[in-house]
Design a protein around this ligand. Structure first.
Ligand code: MRU
Length: 367
């Protein structure tokens, strides 16, 4: 981006950890694109709440937040008894893992941290937790950069690329996945056009992806989710790149923001390549079927209304739907492997059936 902090004039990551104060600091994504505010969370329960209420969102960003939250929770343990410490950390893990259920990144990130705190005194394990969470965050950025290098070759001058929701720098610690090839190609001097779906009901595409692209000076248009079929039919979209919240290595299925499956069906119908860009933490090596992925169902208020700012810039929620009508709000769907052209990973482009073969290079070290 960079997401420069207006008050400090510095480049900012979406998620950081202040070890001295034992605080997790997050860009408050509920306020963007209208305000750039940093929220500091004083304890792991508040950190978990910030994941649930989407102060921070996007699989990679909530993964790093959970990793820091686990370290934050570990640090408040007082005492020298290792078994009691292990029980305490297990309880912290459960609170953070339950904050949002569809993305596998928080669980993978915390298993990575837990693996690093498996030996030593309580104090040594606490120090290891903080170091491991920071390592996870740093490696997440490096992986996104690698995705950019591998994916940028897909972006030719003049191309029209569709992306859905926000799989950008805000959805990770920095850089993003679906946006990484775009940012790398743009930095290399190639010019292209991006379509960001609005992404109802929460509008992550209209608010967050468009904000990121504007900051980078990348040409883009926001489109209604329902405009995709028409634009594809008119030959105005050359390629689709999205992120994912959970990719099943065994089947090649990918959970992502509601509407992704529909985009993949449309892309296949119009013979448009459909790529999903993912870091290592998004891969689930165990689950055997996409039908088993827990799909978060959120509050119906998100569908029945919308957040925005009024003419004075005051953030406000308005009801848009018929008063008294109820709504359903599944937040994710699952795209079958057959509709995915390739995953753009930190080790290169891989077909949906090739992930298992690359397990050694792609699995996070959990112990
Ligand atoms: O509900 P959100 O905003 O957390 O959903 C985010 C997405 O669906 C992203 O596309 C996904 O996390 C993949 S990129 C991190």
């Amino acid at each position: 981006m960079k997401k420069s902090d207006a008050r400090r004039g510095s480049a900012r990551r979406t998620v950081t950890f202040d070890a001295g104060r034992n605080e997790v600091a997050l860009i408050d994504q509920r306020l963007l694109p209208h305000q750039l505010e940093i929220l500091r969370l004083p304890n792991y329960r508040k950190t978990a709440q910030a994941i649930t209420n989407m102060t921070v969102r996007g699989a990679g960003a909530i993964g790093a937040t959970a990793a820091f939250g686990l370290a934050q929770g570990a640090m408040v343990f007082r005492g020298r008894q290792v078994p009691a410490f292990v029980r305490h950390v297990k309880a912290v893990f459960a609170v953070l893992a339950n904050a949002r259920l569809t993305a596998v990144d928080p669980v993978n990130a915390m298993r990575f941290v837990q693996g690093r705190m498996a030996a030593g005194t309580v104090q040594e394990r606490q120090a290891a937790a903080v170091a491991a969470a920071q390592q996870f965050a740093d490696e997440n950025v490096a992986e996104c950069e690698a995705i950019g290098r591998h994916g940028s070759g897909l972006i030719r001058p003049g191309m029209r690329i569709l992306t859905h929701c926000n799989a950008g720098a805000l959805a990770f610690v920095d850089v993003g996945t679906a946006t990484a090839p775009l940012y790398a190609a743009h930095a290399a001097g190639r010019r292209f056009q991006v379509f960001c779906t609005e992404t109802r009901p929460r509008g992550q595409g209209a608010a967050l992806t468009a904000w990121e692209l504007a900051q980078r000076g990348i040409a883009h248009h926001i489109i209604a989710d329902s405009a995709v079929a028409h634009l594809m039919q008119c030959g105005e979209i050359d390629c689709v790149i999205t992120g994912s919240d959970r990719v099943l290595a065994r089947t090649g299925e990918a959970a992502n923001k509601i509407g992704t499956y529909g985009l993949a069906v449309l892309a296949r119908r119009h013979r448009i390549p459909f790529y999903i860009a993912i870091p290592r933490s998004t891969i689930d090596w165990h689950m055997r079927s996409g039908a088993a992925i827990p799909i978060e169902e959120r509050d119906e208020a998100e569908v029945l209304g919308a957040w925005g700012v009024d003419a004075r810039g005051v953030r406000t929620h308005v009801r848009t739907a018929n008063p008294g009508s109820r709504a359903r709000n599944p937040a994710f769907d699952v795209t079958p492997a057959a509709l995915i052209t390739a995953f753009i990973t930190p080790v290169g482009l891989l077909g949906p059936r090739q992930l298992l073969r690359h397990r050694k290079a792609l699995e996070l070290p959990f112990h």
